[in-house]
Design a protein around this ligand. Structure first.
Ligand code: AGP
Length: 584
């Protein structure tokens, strides 16, 4: 995925866009580029590297213009090279295009543009040349963009700067694009936090929308003939939500935010959870779909639903195709996603177009929110670190609530939320923090770490292992403690470390399995409410009640974070990763 932000208005765009693009860097950090409107034509500056490095190299802060587009790239098509950084221009240097998405038919389109001179390896470059081609045949810029949009396949949102037009033209399909309406001009951006300091009035664009962004106003038409809502929404988000504040990294800020977020759930209005529970109760089968961390939430939700007598299955988005012959119209789907943009999930949606869908999604206005019948905003606020933390625990709490409400256990669920907050209060005490530090100190030098647990402890082990992999580059593997004896035990020696999750309901069986590890010389870092003889190191996690997984998860997030810091890695921007995965 990539990040785009553009401004057109009376004010100087550059300070706005510098701030905005730094804010969007979580969406991609391979290269930065910008197109700045000027009296002598379009100024293009682009290069590989982190946003601030490129900005400083080209002294972008010294430019001034009322109209510009900034872009930060995560390479999908074409390597990390200056030529592949956006924006792309046409042969005549009349237009510049910044794009977020994938053009599936780029090869045939490129071939049709035989005489045009391409300088990059990207799919994006066909856009600037296609638009140029249409302009050369007499089209105006709006028709040229519209016809280009109709020609491309895949999910693509892009913004066009034409040096002969006062307007910026943008289209949205698949990848996110929102319109921000400020006092002296307007923004187009991949997300709201990037401009929220200047306005909280937004229009969440829909697929097919074409925006003509003038200096004073805008028009929106839908190129896919959809009847969509273009009302202006007021977002309840302040700039501080999108900033690190006193924290060194977004990841630690987002981990710590969970304490207040879990507390605020105690007074939340669960109207949409109640509606979702009604749907779920009457379903033939409930499927929970997610990817990566959100798939772990799906696994947890499916397990809790089954325990409450509701048939359910967790499926990774890309795997739903294998269920196509068994899905019935009476099945209900719970779609879980932080970004609401994950391609593996979006691509699965046509398979379930006739089914009722509940969305547990963090990003308001995102593609998936428009595709569900009941949208449960988890209200985690912007999650900027690549590794998902607060969205995981909040969405996991929400799936658990749906299952318990559907089973008529609302009171028990609300009581357990209170218990969770008592446990949260005792969670990050000095003894626990220093135990996490010691464990991270041990783990930082290892090449492999196992994460073991049974039942929901195993699901938290899967998530803990994913977090450690993402931000510390250590090979971490979660294995069901009961399955360990079926093969992986062969790997154990006195050099092996396993992080073991133990809770009340799994204690006896898991401890039995841990003895098998211990007997072969393995070392065990226990995460549990009680210290056990089998543990070599111990991190206390009070984990009672239906939401006990939250405290376990926060400890594993902190363990990954601390290990990352000890290894000198920036946990917010791990190599090779992007926050939302919009590729197949
Ligand atoms: C989480 O730490 C990962 N970065 C990744 O697995 C992520 O959860 C996955 O790509 C799904 O994203 P989504 O929740 O935005 O759909």
């Amino acid at each position: 995925m990539c990040g785009i932000i553009a401004y057109n208005g009376q004010d100087d765009a550059i300070p706005y866009l510098l701030e905005g693009i730094r804010n969007l860097e979580y969406r991609g950090y391979d290269s930065f580029g910008c197109a700045i409107d000027s009296p002598v034509g379009i100024i293009i500056k682009k290069d590989i590297g982190r946003v601030d490095d490129v900005i400083n190299k080209y002294k972008i802060q010294n430019f001034s213009s009322n109209k510009a587009i900034f872009h930060t790239r995560w390479a999908t098509h074409g390597g990390v090279k200056t030529e592949n950084a956006h924006p792309m221009i046409d042969c005549m240097h009349r237009i510049a295009v910044a794009h977020n998405g994938i053009i599936e038919n780029w090869a045939e389109l490129k071939e049709s543009l035989g005489t045009h001179k391409f300088i990059s390896d990207t799919d994006t470059e066909v856009l600037s040349h296609l638009i140029e081609e249409k302009l050369s045949r007499g089209s105006d810029i709006q028709s040229a963009v519209k016809d280009t949009f109709n020609q491309i396949k895949g999910s693509s949102s892009f913004i066009v700067l034409d040096k002969q037009s006062e307007d910026l033209i943008a289209v949205k399909k698949g990848s996110p694009l929102v319109l921000g309406i400020a006092k002296n001009g307007n923004f187009l951006s991949s997300d709201v936090p990037s401009f929220v300091r200047h306005t909280n009035k937004v229009v969440y664009l829909s697929d097919g929308d074409m925006v003509v962004l003038g200096k004073r106003g805008y028009t929106i038409t839908n190129l896919m003939n959809r009847d969509v809502n273009h009302d202006v929404s007021t977002v309840n988000l302040s700039a501080k939500h999108a900033e690190k504040g006193d924290y060194e990294h977004f990841m630690i800020k987002e981990i710590m935010e969970q304490l207040a977020q879990m507390k605020s759930l105690e007074s939340a209005d669960f109207g949409n959870v109640t509606r979702a529970a009604e749907l779920v109760k009457n379903a033939k089968l409930v499927y929970l779909i997610g990817a990566g961390t959100s798939y772990h939430t799906a696994l947890l939700g499916a397990k809790v639903l089954r325990e409450n007598g509701i048939k359910s299955a967790a499926v990774q988005g890309q795997d739903l195709i294998t269920y196509r012959n068994v899905i019935s119209e009476d099945d209900v789907f719970i779609v879980i996603s932080q970004s609401g943009e994950t391609a593996d999930i979006i691509n699965a949606m046509p398979l379930i177009s006739k089914n009722k869908k509940i969305g547990i999604i963090n990003s308001e206005g995102s593609t998936l929110t428009k595709d569900v019948d009941i949208f449960i905003p988890i209200d985690a606020g912007p999650e900027k670190a690549v590794a998902s933390t607060k969205s995981f625990t909040l969405s996991s709490v929400y799936v658990t609530l749906i299952a318990m409400f559907a089973a008529g256990k609302k009171e028990e669920a609300l009581r357990d939320l209170k218990l969770l907050n008592i446990n949260m209060y005792n969670l990050l005490v000095p003894s626990v923090l220093s135990a996490i530090d010691k464990a991270a100190e041990k783990i930082k030098g290892l090449e492999d770490v196992f994460f073991l647990g049974r039942d929901s402890d195993y699901i938290m082990a899967l998530e803990g292992a994913l977090k450690l992999k993402e931000v510390s580059y250590i090979h971490a593997e979660a294995i069901d403690a009961a399955t360990f004896k079926h093969g992986p035990l062969a790997l154990i020696s006195d050099k092996t470390y396993a992080v073991a999750l133990v809770s009340e309901s799994t204690r006896n069986d898991t401890l039995y399995n841990l003895q098998e590890v211990k007997a072969r010389g393995g070392n065990i870092i226990g995460v549990s409410d009680k210290n056990e003889n089998v543990f070599d190191m111990f991190i206390r996690a009070q984990n009672g009640g239906a939401f006990g997984f939250v405290t376990q998860s926060i400890i594993l997030q902190l363990l990954a974070y601390k290990t990352s810091i000890l290894k000198g890695i920036n946990p917010d921007r791990p190599k090779n990763l992007a926050k939302a995965v919009t590729t197949k």
